[in-house]
Unconditional design. Structure first.
Length: 416
C-alpha cells in the first residue's frame, strides 16, 4: 500500500509538471529562439562583393612612333574597363568593382584617406613608352601600381587586391599578344632578353595604405570593442532604472530630479567605462594610437547607448531589454562586414540605422586613419542619439502613471 501511495504521488507530481503552461510552451519557445538566432547567420552565408569603389588613375602620356599613329596603352585599358562596366550594367548581378576615374595618384590617396576607395589601380606616365621598348633590343619592363586601403576593411582589402592582381594578369596577357603580333608582322627575330620580358611583360608594384598593423585583432579591434561597451551600458541603464524609476516616487518634481540625476550619473559612468576600458585594452596588448582621443570617443559611445537604453526602459520598463539584446546579436555579424558585401535588405534596412556601426566607424578612423577626435559623422550621430535619449528620459518624468508603487511594501499611491 505504501509503495502504491508513493507511486501515485510521483505520477501526480509528474502530471502537474506536464500541465504547467511553461513546460507546454517550451518546445515553441525553443523553436522560436532557434529560428531567431538562425536568422543572424544569413548575412554571413555567402557575402558577395558588389560595386566596391576602386580608383582608376591613368597618367600614361602615350608614345609617338615615326610614321605610325600614337600609342596610349593606358587609354586602351581605360576603354576596356568602360566596356566591361557597360556590359555589366545590363546584367542583373552587380559587378564586384565600381571603377571611379581619378586624375592623379595624389588625388586617389586623398580619397583613400577619406575612406572613399578600397584601393586604386594606377597606370604610370611612361607605361606606353616602356611597352613599346619591349620590341627593341633594349627592353624596359612597364609597371602598374596597385594601392590597397587596408584600414577600411581588412577582409575586403584582400578581395580588392586579388581582383586587381587578376586585372594586371589580364593586362599582361593582352600586352603579350599585341607585342607578339606586332613582332610577327615585322618578322623581328626575338632575342633571349626580349623573350624573358614577354613571359610577363607588365610588372606590378603593390602598396598598402592605412595598414591595420599588429595588435589590432587583424583589423577587427573596432568591432571587438562594441560588445563590451554595449552590454556594460545596458547593465548600467538597468541598474539605474531599478534604483531611480522603480522606487515608487509619487511627486512629479522628484521624478524629474531623479531622471536628471540619472543622466548625470550616466555621464560619470561613461567616463569611467571609456577610460577604464581603453586602459584595459592597452594593458592587454591592443595598439592604442591615442589614449585620450579613443577614451573620450568610447565614453561618448557608452553615454549614447546608455541614454537610448534608459529612455526605452523609462517608457516601457524591462520589456525593452530584449530589443537591445536582439540588436546586439543581429548587428554583430554585420559590423565586421563592408556594406558592399551585404544584400540590399541588410544594407539599407538593418545596417544603415544600427547605432553600433557608428562606434565602429569612429573607432576605425582613430585606429587606422591617424585622425584625432573631431566633429565627423560618427560623433554627430552618437551626440544626436545621446541628446534624443536625454530628452526622452527627462520627458518620461511627466508621463501619466495611473497607479504607481510607493516605496513601502504593499502600499499604493496615485501619482499627482
Amino acid at each position: 500500500m505504501i509503495a502504491h501511495y508513493f507511486i501515485f504521488k510521483k505520477e501526480e507530481r509528474l502530471m502537474s509538471v506536464l500541465k504547467n503552461k511553461w513546460v507546454a510552451l517550451s518546445p515553441v519557445i525553443v523553436a522560436v529562439v532557434v529560428l531567431i538566432f538562425s536568422l543572424v547567420l544569413i548575412p554571413t552565408v555567402h557575402p558577395t562583393p558588389q560595386k566596391l569603389p576602386v580608383a582608376f588613375v591613368n597618367e600614361d602620356e602615350g608614345m609617338q612612333l615615326p610614321n605610325q599613329p600614337s600609342i596610349n596603352m593606358g587609354k586602351n585599358i581605360e576603354q576596356a574597363i568602360r566596356n566591361t562596366m557597360k556590359s555589366n550594367a545590363t546584367e542583373k548581378d552587380q559587378p564586384p568593382i565600381d571603377w571611379i576615374n581619378v586624375d592623379s595618384e595624389m588625388e586617389a590617396r586623398k580619397g583613400m584617406d577619406k575612406q572613399n576607395y578600397y584601393g586604386a589601380l594606377i597606370i604610370p606616365k611612361d607605361f606606353s613608352q616602356k611597352v613599346t621598348s619591349l620590341q627593341t633590343v633594349h627592353p624596359s619592363s612597364p609597371k602598374v601600381k596597385i594601392i590597397v586601403n587596408q584600414g577600411m576593411n581588412a577582409a575586403v582589402s584582400t578581395i580588392v587586391q586579388q581582383i586587381l592582381n587578376q586585372m594586371v594578369d589580364h593586362i599582361n596577357t593582352n600586352v603579350r599578344q599585341q607585342l607578339l603580333q606586332a613582332m610577327a608582322k615585322k618578322r623581328v627575330m626575338m632575342k633571349a632578353e626580349q623573350a624573358a620580358f614577354l613571359a610577363s611583360p607588365v610588372g606590378k608594384e603593390t602598396a598598402v595604405v592605412h595598414s591595420v598593423g599588429t595588435h589590432s585583432a587583424n583589423g577587427n579591434a573596432p568591432v571587438s570593442f562594441v560588445q563590451p561597451i554595449w552590454m556594460t551600458s545596458l547593465a548600467a541603464a538597468a541598474l539605474l532604472y531599478l534604483a531611480m524609476d522603480r522606487r515608487g516616487v509619487a511627486r512629479r518634481r522628484e521624478k524629474l530630479a531623479a531622471q536628471v540625476m540619472k543622466n548625470v550619473v550616466g555621464l560619470l559612468l561613461a567616463l569611467i567605462a571609456g577610460f577604464g576600458f581603453i586602459g584595459m585594452a592597452d594593458a592587454i596588448g591592443f595598439h592604442i594610437p591615442s589614449f585620450i582621443n579613443m577614451a573620450l570617443f568610447v565614453s561618448l559611445a557608452f553615454f549614447s547607448f546608455f541614454t537610448i537604453e534608459s529612455a526605452v526602459l523609462a517608457w516601457i520598463g524591462f520589456k525593452g531589454i530584449p530589443i537591445f539584446v536582439l540588436l546586439l546579436f543581429f548587428g554583430a555579424p554585420l559590423l565586421s562586414m563592408a556594406p558592399e558585401l551585404m544584400t540590399s535588405f541588410y544594407r539599407d534596412w538593418v545596417y544603415s540605422w544600427l547605432p553600433q556601426r557608428f562606434m565602429v566607424e569612429g573607432l576605425r578612423e582613430l585606429f587606422f586613419f591617424n585622425q584625432k577626435l573631431q566633429w565627423n559623422e560618427p560623433v554627430f550621430v552618437l551626440c544626436s542619439l545621446a541628446l534624443a535619449g536625454i530628452v526622452l528620459v527627462i520627458v518620461s518624468a511627466f508621463k501619466n502613471d495611473s497607479v504607481q508603487q510607493s516605496g513601502e511594501p504593499g502600499k499604493l499611491t496615485v501619482s499627482s
